[in-house]
Design a binder for this molecule. Structure first.
Ligand code: GAL
Length: 959
């Protein structure tokens, strides 16, 4: 189906398309601010003059409405070697009404930025005002719909509107900048993928830049505007390129496009590093799509290795992956086209779990943060690989001569297994063909890529080269501990230089060593298989401990930087934080099963604690400490056997009292998009921007009405999955998505000369992103209603979410509420008394179109030190025609369309879910035809971890 095959012209183009500022230790909240100088040159950013390799991931706090889980995501990112997080700030999420802004609770971005500081991770701030991001109106607030000014331009209307937002968000961001040492905000993005370089476009961008500076932003301003705004009015400090080389079609996850070589762009950037504010980290999926596991497969570890290493090979030192944690389009946050989950097939799932993509990110992330010379390299010619299927790219650090060899298949999508030798350039002497060990080779097995190092100062030692990849190395006292890795079963060769032959002891595994007195090199040969260990004692003093891992063993290592130096850990599922003092190591992290814990720490370290509890350890021949960690206790979830049910669309009945509803009597609107007939029916004009909206039209029948043509606009993008259902005097007329349909009227339904009522329930699928021409202003709801056979006038009334823009529940905010009867009555709330409702069991099938609400309670008592991601699952044996809105404890966490899909499992984040007490589920099920109802509903455990993470309940009204 073509709808899934999203091609975005602006992106398609790109689809073609010493001493480092090391791993930042966490900054203590009470530490005095230390200002830093943030700059850049043509190689990289610099922090206080030191090159910084920016390895960053995107995360949207507004897609995870439980602040303690922000810390979880930030710690998981930091643990994988990300030194930065890129954050969109969402104007509409904070502003339900003109002049009203909320930065408290789940919107407390000060708290988010403090958490980033505490986690020791830089922030790349992207406050818009426009953000795109597959969110409603691309992040514009919905009250902006009812303004006339051209969006993303210097029009006075629009300028006055965005200034409200920018001044507020800028002031918050300004409190957290690296430049004055109060936080970790490193960069600030102006607008988003803005390509209008007309005089107006330039003026607009310049205005935003001036505003940012006036509001106290002192970090560099950048754009993701590709080749625009390099100079002239509106020029940015730092340009950036967005690239989604595999685009967004997850239906064929094995399909790859070519690797676009950015070295051309690299050469054009004479003053700037090559920066990718968005490089593909996954893909969004669409209603009716294949589901996020397909997207994760499309953009899996092989993709990460091949494509991310290709960006490094082109000389980029700044990469952000969109997304690293995608999250949840809870409430009505999504733009038309995308569904509740915004998992994105990212490295971290929507339920915050680590995937094999996370593991691969970590392998590369650790390299970028360990090997300082990688932040400053020039392209240099490489001798072609012996095997022509293999492509070699070489880069060299001009200051210290460290060489980087990037290997991949010439045709990136090649799946053959190829062996080759590699010719290394040598500063002195003739080129060296490696591996030297006869009968061995470097292998590229299918869609694989490798970054190999040569002439590298590895701590106090000297690496000649390795055909294994370097994960990381740490210096503890006078010992360097290094971890190299390769694919299971492949050969590796690591060669080190020493003045004289060192003592070599193989502590574990099969490693052959060979001293070459002529070249003063020690050669280690081995096969990557589990974990081998070699202790090397140079004559000149000091020590080197080499760990040779296969990929699976490598990803069990964690590097944690503390104020007292780096630690290396092996074993647990996740290592979040470490502190080192007075011979004691305090570690915090997660286990998914019982595991060994090995700690490489400075000499004299004796005591180890894990999540606050002592761990009994013994000293190992590797010079490490070894202990044991428990896994999580098993957990069982309650069954959801009994439900309460209530009929929930009294609006259908002709006698329903709608006198308190707003009359749709407006005859003018500032919205230039309303070019339809009067009266204006656009729900946005009446302050109802999200979710379901009811219309009731009264008319005095002449008896000649033979049909009615109803037209609606509900949000068409990447498929048409909005819907409306209509009734006449309680008789079902039918349903239709966005569009127009004439429904026949049975004359027997009409009450001639009396009041008749058409009731229409619409499902607003969100506002379009602002691609161009004010598209986000496209009307929502009914457009027109015209009788056949008569010209009878209809007087409409409208009702959406309670209060419209004046939210009765500001804690959950503008996107949580729609206009269903039950929502207006508070049936989603935990304290609502449903004892008078009928009991029901699920699944339940209905033959009457309409709305029913279902409620049930359940109690959890999960161990306090466990993180158990739980989802609510709806299962239908066969598709039925109904759509459900799912609430947990008053939070709208899912929209399910039985006959569209694909999502069946809806994350219930801790903090909203109470892991130690009562929880209430409420589901509004709207049967849009005669075969509706509600399927089987159950709780599913997505994972189970013993953890240091603690999650406070998010406070919000209960009734
Ligand atoms: C980019 C845009 C992002 C997001 C992404 C696709 O073009 O800047 O906000 O929409 O595409 O997920």
């Amino acid at each position: 189906m073509t709808a899934f095959h999203v091609r975005r012209p602006a992106l398609a183009l790109l689809a073609l398309g010493t001493g480092i500022a090391a791993l930042a230790p966490a900054i203590a909240a009470d530490a005095p601010p230390v200002p830093h100088k943030v700059a850049f040159d043509r190689y990289s950013m610099t922090l206080d003059g030191k090159p910084l390799y920016v390895w960053s991931g995107s995360f949207h706090y507004w897609r995870l409405p439980s602040p303690d889980l922000w810390r979880d995501v930030l710690q998981k990112m930091k643990a994988a070697g990300f030194n930065a997080v890129e954050v969109y700030f969402h104007w509409g999420y904070h502003s339900p009404k003109r002049g009203v802004y909320d930065f408290t609770g789940i919107r407390d971005v000060d708290r988010l930025l403090d958490m980033a500081r505490d986690a020791g991770i830089y922030v790349i701030a992207r406050p818009g005002p426009y953000i795109n991001a597959e969110t409603d109106a691309g992040g514009f607030p919905n009250w902006l719909v009812a303004t006339a000014g051209k969006p993303r331009s210097p029009s006075p209307d629009y300028t006055a509107a965005y200034r409200e937002w920018m001044t507020q968000i800028n002031r918050i961001i300004a409190r957290h900048q690296v430049t004055d040492g109060r936080g970790t905000v490193l960069l600030y993005q102006v607008e988003n993928e803005f390509y209008d370089d007309s005089p107006d476009g330039q003026r607009y961008l310049q205005d935003l830049e001036d505003e940012a500076r006036a509001d106290g932003i002192t970090v560099p301003l950048f754009g993701n505007h590709n080749e625009n705004f390099f100079e002239g009015l509106g020029a940015l400090d730092l340009p950036g390129f967005d690239s989604y080389p595999l685009d967004f079609d997850c239906t064929r996850p094995a399909r790859w496009n070519a690797v676009y070589d950015f070295s051309h762009e690299r050469e054009k950037l004479t003053r700037w590093p090559l920066f990718f504010p968005e490089y593909q980290g996954g893909a969004f999926d669409v209603w009716g799509g294949p589901g996020y596991e397909a997207c994760r497969k499309l953009t899996g570890p092989e993709f990460e290795r091949v494509f991310y290493e290709a960006t490094m090979a082109s000389g980029s030192t700044m990469q952000n992956f969109y997304m690293t944690y995608g999250g949840i389009n809870w409430g009505w946050l999504s733009s038309p086209g995308v569904y509740t989950s915004y998992d994105y097939g990212a490295a971290l799932t929507a339920s915050r779990q680590l995937t094999s993509k996370y593991d691969q990110q970590k392998l590369l992330g650790y390299l970028t943060q360990t090997v300082a010379p990688l932040a400053r390299t020039d392209a240099r010619a490489a001798t072609a690989a012996e095997n022509p299927r293999v492509r070699v790219t070489r880069r060299v650090n001009p200051n210290d001569g460290t060489q980087f060899y990037f290997l991949r298949h010439a045709d990136a999508s090649d799946t053959t297994s190829d062996a080759t030798h590699l010719t290394l350039a040598q500063a002195a002497g003739k080129p060296l063909v490696v591996p030297q060990q006869p009968g061995t080779a470097i292998r590229l097995d299918g869609r694989d890529a490798k970054v190999l190092l040569a002439d590298y100062a590895l701590g106090a030692q000297r690496l000649a080269y390795s055909t294994s990849e370097l994960l990381t190395h740490v210096r503890q006292d006078d010992r360097d501990v290094a971890v190299f890795y390769g694919r299971q079963g492949e050969d590796g060769e690591t060669v080190l230089r020493f003045d004289a032959e060192p003592a070599v002891k193989v502590v574990a595994g099969q490693v052959a060593s060979h001293w070459d007195a002529g070249t003063h090199t020690l050669r280690l040969n081995y096969r990557h298989d589990g974990l081998a260990r070699v202790a090397i004692t140079p004559k000149a003093g000091g020590a080197l401990f080499v760990l040779l891992a296969d990929n699976d063993a490598a990803v069990r290592f964690w590097r944690l930087d503390t104020a007292a130096g780096p630690l290396l850990l092996r074993g647990p599922h996740l290592a979040r934080t470490a502190a080192l003092s007075g011979g004691a190591v305090a570690l915090a992290g997660d286990t998914d099963a019982a595991t060994d814990l090995e700690v490489f720490a400075p000499r004299g370290t004796q005591a180890v604690t894990w999540n606050g509890l002592p761990v009994a350890t013994t000293a190992t021949p590797s010079g490490s400490l070894e202990g044991h960690l428990d896994g999580p206790a098993p957990v069982t979830l309650p069954a959801l056997d009994t439900w309460r049910v209530h009929d929930a669309a009294p609006e259908i009945a002709p006698g329903f009292d709608d006198r308190a509803w707003q009359a749709t009597d407006r005859t003018s609107t500032p919205n230039p998009y309303w070019n339809k007939a009067l009266p204006i029916l656009d729900s946005d004009d009446y302050g109802f921007h999200h979710g379901n909206v009811w219309y009731r039209g009264h008319f005095t029948a002449t008896g000649k009405e033979t049909g009615i043509r109803l037209s609606a606009s509900l949000g068409v993008h990447l498929g048409n999955h909005g819907i409306f259902t209509a009734w006449l005097n309680g008789h079902f007329l039918g349903n239709n998505p966005s569009g127009s349909q004439q429904f026949p009227i049975d004359p027997a339904w009409l009450k001639k000369g009396a009041d008749n009522v058409i009731a229409v329930l619409v499902d607003n699928h969100g506002h379009l992103q602002e691609e161009k021409n004010g598209a986000f202003r496209e009307p929502r709801g009914l457009l027109s209603a015209v009788f056949a056979g008569a010209t009878t006038a209809i007087h409409w009334r409208i009702q959406g979410n309670r209060g419209g823009e004046d939210l009765p529940d500001a804690a959950r905010g503008p996107f949580n509420a729609g206009g269903l009867y039950g929502e207006r009555m508070g049936w989603q709330m935990p304290a609502f008394a449903d004892a008078a409702w009928a009991t029901a069991t699920l699944p339940r099938h209905t033959a009457q179109p309409g709305v029913e609400w279902y409620r049930t309670d359940f109690t959890l008592d999960l161990p306090k030190d466990q993180d158990v991601p739980i989802a609510l699952r709806i299962h239908d044996d066969a598709p039925h025609r109904y759509r459900a809105v799912i609430f947990i404890n008053g939070w709208q966490l899912g929209r399910y369309i039985s006959d569209v899909g694909p999502q069946t499992d809806f994350e219930l984040p801790p903090g909203l879910l109470n892991p130690n007490g009562k929880n209430t589920i409420a589901i509004a099920a709207w049967s849009t035809a005669q075969d509706g109802g509600l399927g089987q509903v159950s709780l599913v455990m997505q994972g189970n971890y013993r953890t240091s993470l603690r999650v406070a309940p998010v406070t919000a009204p209960v009734k």
